[in-house]
Design a binder for this molecule. Sequence first.
Ligand code: NAP
Length: 621
Amino acid sequence: MTEAIRIDPETGRKIFNTRAAKASEKIDGKGYSVVTDQKLRELPKAPEGATFNAVEQAKYREFKEARRGAADYMAMEGDFRKYLDDVYSEPPIPREALTDECEILVCGAGFGGLLLWQKLSEAGFTDVRFCEKGGDVGGTWYWNRYPGIACDVESYSYLPLLDETGYIPSMKFASGFEILEHCQRIATKWGFYDHCLFHTTVEDTTWDEESGRWIVETDRGDKMRARFVILANGILTTPKLARIPGMEKFQGKSFHTSRWDYNIDLTGKTVGIIGTGATAIQAIPELAKVVGQLYVFQRTPSSIDVRDQRETTGDEREKWAMEPGWAQARRGRFARISEVRAAVLANDDYLAGKVKDFKERKQYDRVLTPEERMQKQLDSSFRLMEQVRARVDAIVKDPKTAAALKPYYPYGCKRPTFHDDYLPTFNLPHVHLVDTAPRGVAEINERGVVHEGVEYPLDVLIYATGFQWMGTSTFQKIKGRAGRSLTEKWNSEGTRTFLGLHTQGFPNLFIVTGPQGGGGSFNFTDVIYAHADYLIWMMKTMRDRGENVVDVRKEPEDKYAEHCAEVDIATAPLRDCISYYNGEGKAAPGSLAYYGGRQWDKFRMEAQTSLAPYVFGEEPN
Ligand code: NAP
């Protein structure tokens, strides 16, 4: 046994000590600052009576079609593998490979893994082991440490286990660094570190019918056995690069936003950033504060809604300290808001429980048809986008830059973003927007980016080009009953799950916040709570019944997958653009995100009451 692994004298089980030290104290930062200019913290008024008419629809369609097929991404292989290196931790702690067995093996030590451990351990399931690719806990918040990083869902509803830890976030939208610290606080309080193998990526996961166990192999040479495997390793975990001819030639420094290289001093440098999604929106204002020249290469503008960042008040601190369960109650109220614009709509009086609703409800004298309801939703999305566009004109002085920054698609079709400092950044003389619409950056050479015959020489090039959908090796190499892989099943039948958590033929395997995962809220934390509670119920049910294996039947799985496709199709006009939400316009309806809202709860409750979808013990038919 190395120091990394020892035996608990009380339980005889292994205790791990594999958490890696932080690589450097330079890795430090803050999120959004508070913007005091009130004009920057509000949207211009909505245009009276504006509707999403044929002319506007045509404009949106043209905007979308011009981009169809433009998205061309690649995995970080070969020369580009270096972009995946863990720059945040010291090298992995050496340890021997494990060939033993545990009851539950969980992939991932982000919010999902941490919450699962808190709930599993409190329910008496302690033979639990975690495998985590990073050197410490945090998941998304471990990997993403770019300047300006913060959550976009208010932190009082987003950070898990606030009631239980007594922690109160410092800002309404806590910085990623504060969120990472909170993850470490949770891990320390519940003894998580003893159970986690860090710098360990699950590669092959194979069901062994005879023993009723999963055999889990990792990149550290482990070959462990587990009765249950829970995938809590996130869906957008593996970073991706835009495939741009010549990118291998670039001689300057370069990195992806999820591996921010704090060893490169950006002060006074000429820096380029490709991409203007949620990450870039937060990083660009901070970059502009230090670099000499900043070139922003944009293909599609994000919708930039107001942020309204503020500090947690003294009154709130006092009140919450005296109010057990305040965070859970607030999260419950927050979850009632189904609109994507919740961050702004969710006024504090409602969330604090002072008023009953967050908006005035319109009364109609008759029930609207589905078509009328859809048109109303499209009209209100259009009016909101008009406000978003008017905000660009009100803030950005150069008309050409302002025109390029205006998005033409329904609100929420691409990931909405929130910032009060992003648009003013484009008024700074050293910040330049390079509009590469609609096809994107087409060439990179030794010196920098070339677009439409103009060369932009750069010292540093930053890829803010996002993440692959379920791109981890963990998802690619799962083999269930009869040696059939999950990839093969979903490629041939389409994504098929029950509740997003089970998929037939893969007994005792549970996917947390996966495709079709639902939970009825855009607050990711709500979804992991719902999934963790469900899994605790499942584990307890099996324990009480003396069952060792659970699978699901084909019929309820088909019905659920059909439901996912139906709601996706029914609400598709609200998301009519090219986005990673719809596989850049290529995904089959219902195969990725879940749009069925609280119907997920209905399916779940019916299943928990009747147990009809489940087959315990033997193979389902
Ligand atoms: P992303 O949303 O996928 O954005 C990638 C960007 O790269 C897009 O703007 C894309 O343009 C652009 N791009 C790709 N190829 C290009 C090319 N050849 N030329 C020019 N531009 C190109 O990635 P992300 O910003 O990292 O965000 C990913 C997700 O992480 C978010 O949507 C969100 O869910 C999460 N996130 C959350 C937070 C938060 O909660 N605060 C912060 C950051 C990220 P197109 O739009 O045209 O494809």
